[in-house]
Structure formats: structure tokens, C-alpha cells
Design a protein around this ligand. Structure first.
Ligand code: ADP
Length: 399
């Protein structure tokens, strides 16, 4: 069974084609600058160099057509006919409280996702555009939605209710939702497999640290708390997002700097985080390099980030009443030896002890704690696309 996985943004579209017999990626690529000058598709068949084609891509429908053409291409394609395509799985950011699991994208589901647009005004419309484009180009192929918020729907009310007047929860759905759910689900289950223990018996803190970062408490395989909130702005310090701040800063900055809500939104989402503290870059590689040269604010940015991660690990261990494993994933979590070491430093009292030699690993699965460490610390490259492909296969095979 061949399944196409799509992650559609407002001007970009990432895709992977899976052969589900062996869960192999046959091809993947990226359509960029949709609706903008200089649009292009970069396609690579597994084992071959990527091919980039610049061509006008006015909308997502044209983008999807180009993806299908690339998949059917005689030299770098992997399908001989579109009949081979069993289903399409989409990453969808926000399902509010409507879906706690992946679902087949039927008209009533799409209507529900449209109702969630006020909760994710930037992301959901782009995801829906991708779904509509596939429906137009491949009307008979079933589609499945896999939601970033779904895994966190198991959080108890005590973890998701904000202490603002309760009516706003009832009226607007103001609450903690959490994001990166597919990644937290994947790495927590993979950690249980690697440790050879049933996930139902494990208390795990999963640290997804990329440009956007979130940390989740996974107790018995269920998310019981997570650091992102109503939006992906809350939680640990990120590349350009501020993470947790005193909300009173918003009105303070609005008044003293005479900033509009739009400007404040921009400031907290795009000019803060590691970029804001360091003044150098949002990219952790640049910050590590500058800190290595002795640049004080880059050193400080690393300290603020890792102090924040440490606080979440401690808080979630307390919330779960114990801790068996900590997982690091995504760009920073999979690659930064320094961030992992700094975040775990001083946590020996919790039973966390990193082995420096084992920690010098990048982009591959590893247990990086010492044999004596009561808590296992793992590096696990995330694979959200595989989860989407698996859920899509399961849902289209049921009947
Ligand atoms: P996104 O949230 O956009 O999916 P990623 O998970 O790809 O982001 O993470 C991107 C970040 O990972 C980059 O900004 C960079 O800071 C960090 N990163 C990638 N490779 C390395 C590396 N070798 N060392 C340290 N940080 C890295």
C-alpha cells in the first residue's frame, strides 16, 4: 500500500511517499513559495540526488499536481500510475476539542476543522487548502487528518484550564491545547520499545526541541500536561518565540513602546526567544558557536533555554509522581550535545545521570544515560510522517 503524507503550510507543502509494506520512504520533497514569485519544487527519490524545478505555482492545487507529476516522472518518479496511491494523510495543526484521534476527512470533519480556524488562524486554513487541493486533483482517493493537538486531549482539566474567567473557556474554547502531539506520541512509544518495557508502566518526559519547542509529561502512554498552550507561543524558550513570560509584559510593552497588538504579536513570535536574548540568531548552531567564542549573551541564551527545560523536567516528574525516562528529539534535541548536557546537569537528585561519551551522538537513536542512572535518558529522531502514514493506513483499511 502506497500512502502520500502531506504537511501543507500557507506558501509551502512538504510531502513523503511511503510504501507501507516495509514502511519505507520512496520519495519526498518540498514545494516552496506557492503564490509567490520564484516558486519551485524540490523532489528526491530515495537514493537519488534531489531535482529542483522552478515553475510558476499560483496555488496549492497546482502544487499538488506538480507533486503527482514528480511521483510519476519516468526518471525520478516512483509510481507507474496514480491508481497505486491508496490514500493521502495530512498533518493538521488544530482540531480543538473536536478530535482526540486521527480521522478520515469526510465533509463533516472538514466543517469541524473550519470551525477551529479562529484557534489557529495561520495554520488551519493552509491545511484545509491542502486537503481541498487533493480532493480536486484526486477525488476518489481517501484522505485522513492527523492532528497536532489530538495526543494532548487526554490532559486532565487541572492541566488545561487557565485561571481566567471560566466563561471564556465555555464561550471561546480558551484553554491549553498543546501541539507537536504526533511527535510526542511517536518518541514516547519508541522510547518504551527501546527500553523493552510496556508504555502503560512508564512515566516519560518528552522534550521536542526545534525551532518551535514543547515538553510533554507522558504518563502510561497518555499526555497529562504539555508546555505549549492555547497557541504554540507558550512553554520553553524557542528560536524566535518567547515561551513563558509574565502576561503583564504585554500591556507594559504596549504602553511604554506604543506597540499595536499586531506589533506585539510579531515581537513575541518572531523577534524573541534565542534570537531576542542573543541578538545574533535563532539558530542554535550559531548560538553555540558564538557562546564558544565567549559571546556573553549567547551564553546567557543557552543558560535561559536549558534552565527552562530543567524546570519542566522537574515539574512534570512531580506532576506524574515519578520519572522513568527523558527523551530528547527534533533539531536541537537530536543534535545538541551541549543543550542535553546542560539541561540534565544537576538533576542527579531525580535519578538522571548523563554519560558524556554516550551523549556525543547526533541524529540517531541512543540511550545517553549511565548504566547506574535510575532515569533513562534517550535521543530519538522524531518521525511524525511515519505516524501519519500508519494512522492513514489503519483508517482506510478499516470498514
Ligand atoms: P522545526 O521546529 O522548524 O521543525 P527543527 O526540528 O528542524 O525545526 O529544528 C531546527 C533547529 O535545530 C535549528 O534552528 C537549529 O537550531 C537546530 N539544529 C539543527 N542541527 C543542529 C546541530 N547540528 N547542532 C545544534 N543545533 C542544531
Amino acid at each position: 500500500m502506497k500512502i502520500l503524507v502531506i504537511n501543507c503550510g500557507s506558501s509551502s507543502l512538504k510531502y513523503q511517499l511511503f510504501d507501507m509494506e516495509k514502511e519505507q520512504v520512496l520519495a519526498k520533497g518540498l514545494v516552496e513559495r506557492i503564490g509567490i514569485e520564484g516558486s519551485r519544487i524540490k523532489h528526491s527519490k530515495t537514493g537519488m540526488d534531489a531535482v529542483t524545478t522552478e515553475t510558476p505555482i499560483p496555488n496549492h492545487r497546482v502544487g499538488i499536481k506538480l507533486v503527482l507529476d514528480a511521483l510519476l516522472d519516468k526518471s525520478h518518479g516512483v509510481l507507474s500510475s496514480l491508481e497505486e496511491l491508496a490514500a493521502v494523510g495530512h498533518r493538521v495543526v488544530h482540531a480543538g476539542e473536536k478530535f482526540a484521534t486521527s480521522v478520515k476527512l469526510e465533509p463533516k470533519v472538514l466543517a469541524a476543522l473550519k470551525e477551529c480556524i479562529p484557534l489557529a488562524p495561520l495554520h488551519n486554513p493552509a491545511n484545509i487548502m491542502g486537503i481541498d487541493a487533493v480532493s480536486e486533483v484526486l477525488p476518489r482517493v481517501p484522505q485522513v487528518g492527523v492532528f497536532d493537538t489530538a495526543f494532548h486531549q487526554t490532559m486532565p482539566r487541572s492541566a488545561f484550564i487557565y485561571a481566567v474567567p471560566y466563561g471564556y473557556y465555555e464561550k471561546y474554547g480558551v484553554r491549553r491545547y498543546g501541539f507537536h502531539g504526533t511527535s510526542h506520541y511517536y518518541v514516547s512509544h519508541r522510547a518504551a520499545e527501546m527500553l523493552g518495557r510496556p508504555i502503560e508502566k512508564l512515566k516519560i518526559v518528552t522534550c521536542h526541541l526545534g525551532n518551535g519547542s514543547s515538553i510533554t509529561a507522558v504518563d502510561g502512554g497518555r499526555s497529562i500536561d504539555t508546555s505549549m498552550g492555547f497557541t504554540p507561543l507558550a512553554g520553553v524558550v524557542m528560536g524566535t518565540r518567547c515561551g513563558d513570560i509574565d502576561p503583564a509584559l504585554v500591556s507594559f510593552l504596549a504602553e511604554t513602546e506604543k506597540l499595536s497588538m499586531k506589533e506585539l504579536d510579531d515581537l513575541l513570535n518572531k523577534k524573541s526567544g534565542m534570537l531576542g536574548i542573543s541578538g545574533i540568531s535563532s539558530d542554535l548552531r550559531d548560538i553555540e558557536e558564538a557562546a564558544g567564542r565567549g559571546e556573553a549573551r549567547s551564553k546567557l541564551a543557552l543558560q535561559v533555554l536549558t534552565c527552562g527545560i530543567k524546570k519542566y523536567i522537574g515539574a512534570y516528574a512531580a506532576e506524574m509522581g515519578g520519572l522513568d525516562a527523558v527523551v530528547f528529539t527534533a533539531g536541537v534535541g537530536e543534535n545538541s550535545v551541549q543543550v542535553r548536557a546542560m539541561a540534565c546537569e544537576g538533576l542527579e537528585f531525580l535519578g538522571i545521570e548523563i554519560d558524556n561519551a554516550r551523549n556525543s551522538v547526533r541524529s540517531k537513536e541512543a540511550v545517553i544515560s549511565t548504566d547506574a542512572s535510575k532515569v533513562r535518558v534517550l535521543v530519538i529522531p522524531t518521525n511524525e510522517e511515519l505516524v501519519i502514514a500508519r494512522d492513514t493506513r489503519r483508517l482506510v483499511s478499516e470498514n
